[in-house]
Design a binder for this molecule. Sequence first.
Ligand code: G4P
Length: 194
Amino acid sequence: MQLLKDKIIKEGKVLSPTVLKVDTFLNHQIDPLLMKEIGHEFATRFTNEVITKVLTIESSGIAPATMLGLEIGAPVVFARKRKSLTLSDNLFTASVHSFTKNVTSDIAVSRDFLHADDNIIIIDDFLANGEAVKGLLHIAEQAGANVVGVGIVIEKGFQDGGKNLRAQGVRVESLAIVNELEEGKVTFAEEEAE
Ligand code: G4P
């Protein structure tokens, strides 16, 4: 998605060979117009699917997921990472290990919001090792729901998440695939070149 790649080039900061900072539009401040286009792009890529629910994880997945939900008229459910005062039982849960942060956290979704007849799309902001997506897939599986695919805003192609998910037969659509972060420069994957 050219608009997104232009934004990454213009505003993204390469913090290290493995970390890209994009908090001017995705991870802290949010650019609503770009998010609207991102929602539209996901809807276009999955236009042949009947989607009944958009599933994401707090916090940075919520904006792109909501824009897709608006575009296709489907509710958006986000997995919680922190214990909620009102969310106590009746949960689907999964354990998510972050290699970046070296912590494992439990994520949870109320059983009220995912059902066996749901056709789910999973949305997230970043795909690195794929642990968050794996946790969301596990939650969808517990609900007995069908997962039509995964939509990612920025995939880090040099980490294994995307490769592993695709090898398992999961459809993964990433709007920008970063292949290299070297010397302050972002290089995108060939197949994403427009
Ligand atoms: P994984 O789920 O693909 O295995 O990713 P990982 O554990 O490596 O990522 C943990 C957190 O760090 C996630 O956010 C993820 O989105 C984010 N992340 C991973 N790589 C990058 C990167 O290069 N740049 C940025 N900006 N973020 C990255 P989180 O902790 O869940 O944060 P949030 O959703 O609450 O913002």
